[in-house]
Design a protein around this ligand. Structure first.
Ligand code: FAD
Length: 291
């Protein structure tokens, strides 16, 4: 039977991280609740039927955004709107603010959180692509303590991550974009939801007119953000030119085996789109790097 009401569930609202971790360890089939903008729609159609929700909203200290050294730590409960408008993020890691501003609509940005987005690992979501391209680190805490997980190892499949059952994301750390480096995120969004039909995050560094580092991560096309390593390597060591950018963008398709297709966009269309967006993202990233 089709329904728009969730199945019955118990609701808990812990006031500390320790209490939340203990509840998630003790309770049968419990799920954390953050902004609710992915979990609640899934519960309403009974795609997800957790027996208990552990609401993180009253846990202090999980929504802060702070700069320390050459990195920025973003608390798991920081909303997309707060990331998009944070001066710390806009100054230190503009691509992340740019991506946050492109998420969904105003309501989604005001409620949805970075921790919820990375934990949910939707293939069409924006943060997974961007945090992987940036080489971010995700901090998680569970009953065995706290650990750091590289974004490269975090996204393991469609809606699947390296988090253990009961583990909570507490923060996401991104590096500050250094001088001589540039980054850009370009997305072709689904007109109804804003999710990525295809998206590209490009992070480059230059010196003496040459590309010294290039990383391209593609979202929305495959189950996990795809690292187009060969396209990045093709640019490294070569002079920055339109020809080099065009050639590397075409190579992106090679990293998109197992592309997803649906009624809105076929796998072939998404793959083609990724090559077009890669070219735009690279051009902007090199411009920002000063080349
Ligand atoms: P919730 O919905 O509360 O939780 C999502 C999942 O993560 C659940 O399984 C939950 O148990 C788990 N979880 C939550 N927090 C934690 C944590 N700290 N540690 C461990 N697990 C946790 N996203 C985009 O990226 N781009 C878009 O364009 C976009 N468009 C959208 C449009 C609409 C209409 C809607 C409803 C959503 C859209 N989203 C989009 C998704 C949105 O960004 C969600 O906010 C986000 O995916 C989940 O964050 P949340 O805080 O709402 O998490």
């Amino acid at each position: 039977m089709y329904t728009t009401r969730p199945a019955e569930f118990a609701y808990h609202r812990p006031s500390s991280l320790d209490e939340a971790v203990a509840l998630l360890a003790e309770l049968e089939d419990a799920r954390p609740l953050a902004g609710g903008h992915s979990l609640l729609p899934a519960m309403k159609i009974r795609f997800s039927t957790p027996a208990a929700l552990v609401d993180l909203a009253s846990i202090p200290g999980l929504a802060g955004i702070e700069r320390g050294g050459d990195g920025i730590r973003i608390g798991a409960l920081a909303t997309h709107a707060s990331v998009a408008t944070s001066e710390v993020v806009r100054d230190g890691c503009p691509m992340l603010a740019e991506a946050a501003a492109l998420i969904g609509d105003r309501q989604v940005r005001n409620r949805g959180t970075i921790g919820g987005s990375v934990a949910h690992a939707d293939p069409g979501a924006d943060y997974p692509t961007v945090v992987k391209a940036l080489g971010a680190t995700i901090t998680a805490v569970g009953k065995s303590g706290s650990r750091e997980i590289a974004a490269d190892d975090f996204f393991t499949g469609i809606f699947t991550t390296a988090l253990e059952p009961g583990e909570l994301v507490t923060s996401v750390q991104v590096p500050v974009t250094a001088g001589g480096a540039g980054a850009a995120y370009v997305k072709h969004k689904h007109p109804a939801s804003g999710y990525a039909v295809a998206a590209v995050a490009a992070v480059v560094a230059t010196g003496g007119g040459k590309c010294t580092r290039a990383r391209l991560v593609i979202g929305g096309v495959t189950g996990v953000p795809a690292d187009a390593k060969e396209a990045g390597s093709a640019l490294e060591g070569s002079a920055v030119s339109e020809e080099a950018i065009a050639a590397a963008s075409v190579q992106v398709a090679g990293a998109l085996g197992g592309a997803l297709g649906d009624t809105y966009a076929s796998a072939a269309y998404r793959t083609h789109l990724a090559t077009v967006l890669a070219r735009r993202a690279l051009r902007t990233a090199f411009d920002r790097a000063g080349s």
